[in-house]
Ligand binder design. Structure first.
Ligand code: OOG
Ligand code: NI
Length: 464
């Protein structure tokens, strides 16, 4: 039967992620250096902490611990966004969350294409933070129209990628040979082009309007602008980047260092200036440069409930009122101190986080629970008290708009800060995408609820 010969979307994603990693390491050698450092720090962290090693052996694949978790691209048109959604769907990556970055001075809004189920995330967690340029936020109408015209002429997908995406949609999957071709064709969209699409003058005008606009409009395609492996000790990698000759951004974004990790901490090395040539109206080529590509690292903690997230936002804002991190790193130590102090009210035990309803947990039966006979009326709290049910944090698999803005800013150059009127427009984004994005809170709540239902069902079966 035909279906039996289909390669799973998880396998296609894993192959794509590996191909992307290999391509980016060749394109951006400093990224390879970062990967080596991450591998070394992860190995040292595991060697120093046998408990962590044992826990990760149970839940993760240790041999793949230092592989990429995410990357990012910036698209120019709604047609590009909706086709991107279809390409990613072939790899089992679906749009989760809506991020408005206009408030932070970046004229884009975004989603993350990612695997959604636990099994898919375990097979390969690779996701792509995908932004759509918002020309509607650009004041200069002439420039806006010109940018639209330039974008309307480019085709960022190969005809092979489009044909194979259509085939996968029509037939419900791809066989091995098609899947291999699909990965190679899809990869082309993310490749760097050192020959720009625009003249030196146009590049300058786009750049003056906003560096991000120049990055999106001036090129043939949405080059992958960073990849991000997972680190087990983000503070150590941040501290050791300079030893390897790479310049870290000023501060680690997100929550402070804690015993019980929450949400997402991330940092990057600053984007490199790369040679690019621009073609003038008379056909002659002119040497120039462009700054866009970098490397990032991430460390994830528990997914927070809306209540937990509100507390996180409040404490982060409070700390930034005391010290606003400067792009040059001159007040990084003061910022770290203010951040740690601001977060004291956030409980730092799993039981404390659970008791206050701040985080999402997966519940399961203990060894004692698996043998118990239990009255179905018992509350979850008393089942936990009786040692029948245990709880583990659910890992946050999404992104944070303030952190994302910090990553954007540090890599667009320190003079890039600009003010826009806050104008989230999820409806417009979903119209352009051609689909609704999954609400991350509903998703985590669903995982938690399902784990509770499983416990209840197993406890009541034990009675029969
Ligand atoms: C995306 C920045 C956001 C993250 O990890 O928060 C991001 C970009 O620079 O295009 O990747
Ligand atoms: Ni990132």
């Amino acid at each position: 039967m035909k279906e039996n010969s289909f390669v799973s979307s998880d396998e296609i994603r894993a192959a794509f992620s590996a191909a992307m990693s290999a391509m980016y390491r060749t394109e951006v050698p400093a990224y390879g250096t970062l990967m080596e450092l991450v591998g070394q720090v992860n190995a040292e962290t595991l060697a120093a902490d046998p408990d962590l090693q044992a826990r990760l052996e149970d839940t993760d694949s240790l041999d793949r611990i230092s592989e990429e978790r995410h990357g990012a691209i910036r698209l120019g048109t709604s047609a590009e966004l909706s086709m991107m959604r279809r390409v990613f769907a072939v790899m089992g990556m679906h749009p989760v969350g809506y991020y408005d970055l206009s408030t932070a001075g970046v004229p884009v809004h975004s989603t993350a294409f990612r695997p959604v189920g636990d099994a898919s995330l375990k097979k390969n967690p690779f996701r792509v933070f995908t932004s759509l340029l918002r020309l509607d936020l650009i004041a200069d109408e002439t420039l806006r129209t010109e940018a639209e015209q330039i974008l309307s002429k480019r085709q960022i997908f190969t005809s092979g990628a489009v044909a194979l995406t259509e085939k996968a949609e029509r037939e419900g999957g791809l066989d091995k040979a098609d899947a291999e071709r699909f990965v190679a064709e899809a990869l082309e969209t993310f490749r760097w082009h050192d020959k720009a699409n625009v003249s030196p003058q146009m590049y300058q005008r786009l750049h003056d309007a906003h560096r991000l606009i120049a990055d999106v409009v001036s090129f043939k395609g949405p080059h992958i602008n960073h990849l991000t492996p997972r680190t087990l000790d983000i503070d150590a990698v941040q501290a050791r980047m300079p030893d390897r000759g790479i310049a870290p951004k000023a501060i680690v974004e997100g929550p402070p260092t804690r015993k019980c990790a929450i949400l997402l901490r991330q940092t990057s090395f600053k984007a490199l200036e790369e040679p690019v040539s621009f073609q003038a109206g008379d056909g002659s080529w002119h040497a120039g440069s462009h700054t866009a590509r970098f490397g990032e690292i991430e460390q994830r903690g528990i997914a927070l409930t809306p209540k937990g997230r509100a507390l996180y936002d409040e404490l982060l804002n409070a700390s930034r009122k005391i010290v606003r991190p400067a792009a040059d790193g001159s007040n990084a130590a003061e910022y770290e101190k203010a951040l740690a102090e601001a977060f004291v009210p956030f409980p730092d035990t799993w039981a404390g986080i659970r008791a206050e309803g701040l985080g999402y947990f997966a519940y399961s039966l203990t060894a004692k629970g698996r043998k118990a006979k239990v009255n179905a009326e018992k509350s979850l709290d008393s089942l936990i008290e009786d040692g029948l049910v245990q709880f583990d944090p659910i890992v946050y698999e999404d992104f944070l708009p303030v952190s994302a803005a910090g990553i954007f800013q540090s890599n667009l150059g320190d003079d890039a800060a600009q003010e826009f009127v806050a104008s989230p427009n999820q409806q417009r984004f979903e119209l352009d995408l051609g689909a609704k994005v999954l609400n991350e809170f509903d998703h985590y709540a669903g995982i938690e609820q399902a784990s509770i239902a499983d416990c209840v069902q197993m406890l009541s079966c034990a009675e029969a």
